[in-house]
Design a binder for this molecule. Sequence first.
Ligand code: PZK
Length: 298
Amino acid sequence: MTVTLDHVATGKVRELYRAGDDRLLMVASDRISAFDVVLPTPVPDKGRVLTALSRFWFARTQDIVPNHLVSVHLRDFPEGARGPELAGRTMLVRRLEMLPIECVVRGYLAGSGWKDYRANGEVCGVPLPQGMQEADRLPAPIFTPATKATDGHDQNITAAQARELVGPARYDEAERVSLALYERAAAHARDCGIIICDTKFELGVDGDGRLVLGDEALTPDSSRFWPADSYAPGSSPPSFDKQYVRDWLETQSWDKTPPGPELPREVVEGTARRYREAFERIAGRSFADEMSELGVGA
Ligand code: PZK
């Protein structure tokens, strides 16, 4: 039996293929973006690390919400020649009807949340205490939905607008599930020395009308990870994964428009090490062990 894969979408660093009527293949590449630009230099293992992290979180949050993961592709991919390079980075997932909103949860004040707060004293219509600093922990995590903009920049919207887009019952369910997922993951990551500042979930609905967690989940690409040991409010903390890349790019005379520069070997190696370390801290096991147990590369 042969399965034909139609390419359906390209993300900045991922590819999506149709695999039959009700399944998709999501391939996480080793591409990396910084300052919104995809860089020409791949980061070895990045796609496998992100896939391993999603798999870890999917397994540990199934009691909160079911997810779309069917399997992580290991070795026996039908198109044999592409098997080895796709192993460990490819998720077979159930096809869902995706909600037209991004489900963002914020536990700390950063990015557009900080900008909103500075301008209006609130984030997406959620009022916050006066006198907060950049990167401060919020009194409680907040759900701040956004729309999926075609230019890649998500636009924050109010709860009322999101409610209109998905309907009130689905909105309440998406909010409850998103907050529960964030609370579960942030508590675990914090115990591992990583602060999950904020994160974005993509939720969809399956053929039986059930809400399902899709996309990647709780990875450094869908979240802001900060090292807990250098956390200090008052300025934006370093990114756990991309700090070497950003620091090096800031030393270059690059205007942050495409194409970005090739990264030097030591920046690539340092960044690859940080991605593996994020997995190892959170999963509590070595990335090499994880790959050999799964049989990736065997
Ligand atoms: C879906 N994307 C984002 C774009 C990517 C991913 N389970 C699903 N069912 C239907 N659609 C999607 C999903 C998921 N996940 C995800 N777009 C549609 C996207 C480009 C590349 F890897």
